[in-house]
Design a protein around this ligand. Structure first.
Ligand SMILES: [Zn+2]
Length: 170
């Protein structure tokens, strides 16, 4: 779900992010809420913020003028929201769809987040050979997406469940 617009500090639109990531950026004081859903708030033990529709980064970021976002293992895990591409459970490893031993590359389109069990089970095989279809196809983030992924990455784990469930209390 990509439903929150992210503006640069200069108010120029950068990209959209999931509600979860928008909230992370706001909670980390990396962004402020510019526009919120009327009457919707997210409440937790120590948190009470409006559900953001538009957020603006506190610091201006220069989006790299690049056609492609640099690949990284962490980037793949964040792109896939730490969900295994084979079973949907929590992923901690990165799997090469076409194994490296078969010439598979370290690239956005050839890598997915995977739980350790499925990574081990799939081993040195393609999804077809292993009989393990992908739940979703890998995609290549834009440079603006990759920049936003790297902002506030890794903090999702510390969020309370009610936030990760994207619930919004009215
Ligand atoms: Zn799995």
């Amino acid at each position: 779900m990509r439903d929150t617009l992210v503006l640069n500090a200069s108010f120029e639109p950068l990209s959209t992010v999931t509600l979860n990531r928008a909230v992370v950026l706001v909670l980390q004081d990396k962004a402020v809420v510019e526009q919120a859903h009327p009457d919707l708030r997210m409440r937790g033990a120590a948190i009470d913020i409006p559900v953001p529709r538009v957020i603006r980064l506190c610091r201006y970021v220069r989006v790299p003028f690049r056609r492609r976002a640099p690949w990284s293992r962490r980037g793949v895990l964040v792109r896939d929201q730490h969900r295994c591409a084979y079973c949907g459970r929590r992923a901690t490893t990165v799997d090469h769809v076409v194994p490296r031993s078969h010439g598979g590359a370290d690239s956005w389109l050839n890598t997915v987040a995977s739980c350790a069990e499925d990574n081990h089970r799939k081993a040195d095989r393609t999804p077809e050979e292993a009989g393990m279809p992908l739940l979703r196809q890998p995609f290549e983030p834009t440079p603006a997406d990759a920049m936003l992924l790297s902002l506030g990455a890794g903090e999702m784990e510390s969020l309370p469940d009610w936030l990760n469930g994207q619930s919004a209390a009215a």
